[in-house]
Ligand binder design. Sequence first.
Ligand SMILES: Cc1ncc(COP(=O)(O)O)c(C=O)c1O
Length: 459
Amino acid sequence: MSILRPSETEQYVRLRPRAQAAFERAQKVMPQGIAQEMRLLRPFPIMVARAKGARKWDVDGHDYIDYHLGSAALILGHAHPEVMARIREQIEYGWHYAQGHPLEAEWGEWVQRLVPSVERLRFVNSGTEATLLALRLARAYTGKPKVLRFEGHYHGWHDYAIKGMSAPFDRPPTAGIPDGAVGTMVVVPANDPDLVARTLDADPEIGQVIVEASGASWSTVPLRPGFLHALREITKARGRLLIFDEVITGFRWSSGGAQVKHGVRPDLTTMSKIASGGLPGGVVGGSAEVMSILELTGDAQRDRARRPYHGGTFNANPLAASAAVATLRICSTGDVQRHCDALAARLREGLNAIIKRLGISGVAYGESSTFHVYVGPRPAGMPVGERLWTEDAATLKGVSRELVFAVRGAMYNRGVDLMSGIGGVLCSEHTPGDIEQTLDAFESAFKAVRDERPDLLPA
Ligand SMILES: Cc1ncc(COP(=O)(O)O)c(C=O)c1O
């Protein structure tokens, strides 16, 4: 009689009875048992009990090296002492006023100081709200209804942002989006400046261009060097506005985000996550000229056709403001970003060595403090573990869910929590030892997945 090793999924389930029970309870409350779609994991997600630094612990007592970090919101890791001290100090004075308070200007001044294109700003409550407001301000300023955006770029989940986020890019990936909203979004592949210029020239109703400054989904689909500069020139020459979505790249790609790193000055910028200290919040900022659309005077102020409205009960919430001020101060020197970038580079290098050793048809890549693993068929003669062989957004964002769930499950079994796809982000609290431990986990997880499902990790 042969004794079969329990599968990775069996181990996952056996080790997490409390998470399974919590998930069953959650399913009676929330459709699919999750608070939003990206948290889906088969057979069920882990349930987090607490988190500190670069680690989190689940309700079943397992600990994980965290590369998810609140969907990339926590560049200082969980419960950073200085951020916590500011939040504690503030909470004694109340946590919500829905009125002006001195911390909102202090928060805004940090953003102005670090991101020079942001001369004026407004606060919102999430990245989705940030792009919603930015598009509204841009339309109000240009008087043009349409927006050019790029295949696979993620700008949140509101009705205008969602078309183009995943293939097929010419229609929304969800029900419930009115045709009117769909019609305002023009989607083209990134990395082709001539196509952008031709599209703008052909359609005078396009007044604004929005781009994820990292390339789609935090560099899952990288931008070619110079593309952001080309966008700046093309939009400027044609009197269109350029919006950088820096919800992830803001204060991560550099202390001033991707725009400072690449030396490109957009008209408007959207930020959240790190920008709000890892608490719910966000920022829309830009040139004083464009932002002045919010302070029209006289008759124009009362002219609803010209003046954009901006609301939000929780905007500039004092707890988020406290966390943001502490976070941006620590991030202002660039040391945190340099630490994270160096460790991410080490992780990508180690991953590529593993991919080569195991002969998997894949490559590890990524920008700044991120890493991604792409697995897929490659052109004849292309070596594995060296460089990405496609820039097609549908291919790079279309890695099978089966593979992602298998690798993420196997990584959980080895004490590592990844973000979406097969990838993640680094924080100031990760150590070289964490990277070595993570690489060991990857090698063992890839082997285990390949033993069980050779089709998922082909040579
Ligand atoms: C580039 C980008 N824009 C917008 C968003 C939406 O942000 P939120 O999830 O806070 O609504 C995200 C979320 O990850 C993002 O990565």
